[in-house]
Design a protein around this ligand. Structure first.
Ligand code: ADP
Ligand code: ASP
Ligand code: MG
Length: 410
């Protein structure tokens, strides 16, 4: 008998029938004697629908009110799942984030969990009840509802598993594990039996939305055994491993390929090449709460330089606007934005011990006529910025070039 925390994502609870199927699954685990804490997302499409309603009223609604609005999606599913469990003869009780008391900071729409009160959940588990918790939400010290950022139910699941010292945190979704790349884009993507925590962290931060990055961070920090599985079909899923020994053995050079369309490129051209210029440009960007990702600076011939960097696509217009004033001040020639770009990254702990990975990557892209606009590397990843129209071709090409393609079965 063990304590399991299971999280079911939007598609897994997308209809009343699907909620019934989740209840059957949870009941099956209870029958085997496991203590169960279940975290659910809003029904698929619901969070987007709520955000669209808000945007029909205002382009940038008040973040506090946004959280009051979008947290309602999860409140629907916790109640429906409890009803479905009770109908099957299992006692269950639902909790919003505030009712558990998942205490967060007060950064609305991207709050961080600070503390979790286990008392209510423990009492229910001891009484034999299934505990059903709304994902994605918490409450700040003043009692305001907060949310944890898109995909945040994953983080709720892992955080509860950490607080309760669960035997495993199981993330149930619409794919049967973590794949070498998004299986919706590459049909020869392969499910990984396991992936190292470090690689999963890179994959998540580079755009693979199968797990929210904060969920992976949490799992690493608190040593939570984490597994991604399908709620639609049986199978072992993918285990995120923390065991260093195991991780260094027989690693392929590249384990996975991530990509992100949500980027835009900003270029300041003809900047006087003097010390302090980069900070004069990037400081106001940071102050405006715009995250900067890849940065490249080229030196021109005539004592001027060009600075290019990427930001989230939604921040492009605001950044160009902001930098137009800065450009005048520092005497730069022009500022431009380009949102038809994408980032493709190869990830693998095996890169540490292999040379020539970058050249294999660049050669494979060149052979397809794909131009690389920017490059950035770290110990276990290489990312390139390319034109968005080549994104799928690039991902497929690299998937083959690094030997990740699944065997085709006739
Ligand atoms: P949920 O609603 O269950 O949280 P998400 O849509 O957030 O599900 O995440 C699951 C999706 O992540 C899959 O449908 C898949 O398209 C996408 N995905 C992206 N990269 C990967 C990957 N490397 N492995 C598996 N799925 C991936
Ligand atoms: N419902 C939220 C979202 O769509 C949280 C989640 O599904 O994890 O982002
Ligand atoms: Mg998700």
């Amino acid at each position: 008998m063990s304590l399991l925390v299971q999280k079911y994502g939007g598609t897994s609870v997308g209809t009343v029938e699907r909620i019934g199927a989740v209840a059957d699954k949870v009941a099956g685990f209870r029958e085997q004697g496991h203590d169960m804490v279940v975290v659910v997302s809003a029904m698929s499409g619901e969070t987007n629908r709520l955000i669209a309603l808000a945007n029909d009223i205002q382009e940038r609604p008040d973040p506090r009110e946004m959280d009051v609005l979008v947290s309602t999606g999860e409140q629907v599913t916790i109640a429906l799942l409890c009803m479905a469990l009770k109908k099957r003869g299992w006692d269950a009780r639902s909790y919003t984030g505030g009712q558990v008391r998942i205490l967060t900071d007060d950064s609305h729409t991207k709050a961080r969990i600070q503390e979790i009160d286990e008392a209510n959940m423990r009492a229910d588990l001891d009484a034999g009840r299934v505990v059903v918790v709304a994902g994605f939400q918490g409450v700040d010290a003043k009692g305001n509802i907060t949310t944890l950022g898109r995909g945040g139910s994953d983080t709720t699941g892992v955080a509860l598993a950490a607080a309760l010292k669960a035997d495993e945190c199981q993330i149930y979704t619409d794919v049967d594990g973590v794949y070498t790349t998004d299986p919706r884009v590459v049909d020869r993507a392969r499910r990984l039996e396991k992936i190292t925590f470090e690689e999963m962290l890179e994959m998540a931060s580079l755009g693979s939305k199968v797990l929210q990055i904060r969920a992976v961070e949490f799992a690493g920090k608190y040593n939570v055994p984490l597994r991604v599985l399908s709620s639609f079909k049986e199978g072992p899923g993918t285990l995120i491993t923390l065991d260093e020994e195991e991780n260094t053995m027989e690693q392929p050079v590249v384990s996975g390929i991530a990509f992100n369309r949500d980027e835009a490129k900003i270029t300041l051209a003809g900047i006087p090449d003097t010390p302090g210029i980069a900070s004069k440009i990037l400081a106001p960007v940071g102050e405006a709460n715009v995250e900067v990702d890849v940065i490249v600076q080229n030196v021109g011939a005539d004592n001027t330089t060009d600075l290019t960097f990427t930001v989230n696509r939604g921040d492009m217009n605001k950044t160009v606007e902001l930098l137009s004033a800065v450009a005048k001040e520092i005497g730069a020639r022009e500022v431009s934005g380009d949102d038809a770009i994408a980032k493709v990254s190869i990830v693998g702990v095996g890169m540490r011990s292999h040379a020539g990975v970058a050249s294999t990557m660049f050669k494979a892209l060149a052979e397809e006529g794909i131009n690389i606009q920017m490059i950035t590397t770290s110990e276990i990843k290489i990312s390139v910025i390319i034109s968005e129209k080549y994104l799928e071709l690039a991902v497929r090409t690299l998937h083959s070039a690094f030997g990740l393609d699944a065997e085709v079965t006739a």
